[in-house]
Design a binder for this molecule. Structure first.
Ligand code: NDP
Length: 240
């Protein structure tokens, strides 16, 4: 029987590529999303991957959503915490709401999703948790105090939980993408994009598949000795 993978924010952007790559690798995939029903319906129609709507910022909704996924598909073996948002502002203009929303989705969200799944993975002596952090969690970014704090928090969470999961066969790793050519990045004016690309040694933006392939590897049995790691995939833009 194929393993079950749950991808948050799995119907658009990087998450959609992750969902599809895991499906191609033989997993039974569930893709969570927040509210874009149209994109989710289109994604399911094109890929056959089931989509589930709830906010990762809401613990009870996560617990209920996970229970539904497990009732439909079986116990979740692989969790990809990919859902994320930005609410950028220089700190002197940042509102409490902008702070709370980004922490609520990007940091609390990975607690809310991982916690209800944790004991099941421990009981079954197998699990893969893969957290999508960001280059900006590693180096900080102007006007992203909220986002950088949350994404750096995701890395700390990864390292702590990796220690707790190791003896139970659960690996916990983070991936830090650099600039990836999603709708968000492609909406930036071309001139600004060119300036960004000039700072990337490989000379191009990342593709969603660049991140999806990292996830497939970290989810695999071949990656069983890798835990607590931060896999940097940024074209050499920031070397840790
Ligand atoms: P997109 O904006 O393209 O997609 C975000 C996805 O997350 C959507 O499916 C969205 O759902 C979902 N989502 C947002 N909020 C919630 C929530 N509260 N609950 C459940 N799902 C939610 O993002 P990207 O593909 O660009 O980014 C994916 C991840 O990669 C994020 O964590 C981001 O921070 C990180 N990242 C992205 C980089 C980039 O260059 N793009 C660089 C570094 C890191 P819906 O479709 O319903 O809106």
């Amino acid at each position: 029987m194929s393993r079950v993978a749950l991808v948050t924010g799995g119907s658009r952007g990087i998450g959609a590529a992750i969902s599809m790559a895991l499906k191609d690798a033989g997993y039974t995939v569930a893709a969570n999303y927040a509210g874009n029903d149209e994109a989710a319906a289109k994604f399911t129609a094109e890929t056959g991957i089931k989509t589930y709507k709830w906010s990762v910022a809401d613990y009870d909704a996560c617990a209920a959503g996970i229970a539904q996924v497990e009732a439909d598909l079986g116990p979740v073996d692989v969790l990809v915490n990919n859902a994320g948002i930005t609410r950028d502002a220089p700190f002197h203009k940042m509102t409490r709401d902008q702070w709370d929303q980004v922490i609520g989705t990007n940091l609390n969200g990975i607690f809310n999703m991982t916690h209800p799944l944790w004991n099941g993975m421990r009981d079954r002596k197998f699990g893969r948790i893969i957290n999508i952090s960001s280059i900006n969690g590693q180096k900080g970014q102007f006007a992203q105090a909220n986002y950088s704090a949350a994404k750096a928090g995701d890395i700390g969470f990864t390292k702590a939980l990796a220690q707790e999961g190791a003896r139970a066969g659960i690996t916990v790793n983070a991936i830090c993408p650099g600039y990836i050519a999603t709708e968000m990045v492609m909406a930036v004016p071309e001139k600004v994009r060119e300036q960004i690309i000039a700072t990337i040694p490989v000379g191009r933006l990342g593709e969603t598949g660049d991140i999806a392939r990292c996830v497939v590897f970290l989810a695999s049995d071949d990656a069983g000795f890798i835990t607590g790691a931060t896999l940097t995939a940024n074209g050499g833009q920031y070397m840790t």
